[in-house]
Design a protein. Structure first.
Length: 132
């Protein structure tokens, strides 16, 4: 009998300003390096979704965030782990500044397909394109 795959909860922010979405590029040497993503990260044990996303945006982009409603939840399973990814609408209090040296862009919904995102983001991208 094999042990159940561990579940990793990840939060990602969908931040839109002036018709553009904020995306960042995963750093070299990290899982899925070079791919674009919506900013966020792993939830710590006992941390609420709102606290996780607020912490991640402060650490990664130097901004305070108001975490809004969940737009989509998706799961991606592999033999060793299941990633449960929650996309939440967010507003930020200032202009973001990459704190980790990551590349950052504001893009239109119509530009989403021009960048390479992880497979886990596919459903959200389709949803955002439909509501453009």
């Amino acid at each position: 009998m094999t042990a159940p795959a561990r579940v990793i909860v990840v939060l990602a922010a969908v931040i839109e300003r002036g018709g553009r979405l904020l995306v960042t590029r995963r750093l070299k040497g990290t899982h899925l390096s070079g791919l674009w993503e919506f900013p966020g990260g792993k939830c710590e044990a006992g941390e609420s979704h709102e606290a996780c996303l607020a912490r991640e945006l402060l650490e990664e982009l130097g901004v305070r965030a108001t975490v809004g409603k969940e737009l989509l939840m998706t799961e991606h399973a592999s033999p060793e782990r299941t990633v449960r990814l929650h996309f939440r609408a967010c507003e930020i209090d200032a202009d973001p500044s990459p704190q980790l040296g990551q590349e950052m862009r504001w893009i239109r919904r119509s530009e989403l397909r021009t960048l390479e995102f992880p497979d886990a983001d596919r459903d959200l991208i389709e949803m955002l394109e439909r509501s453009a």
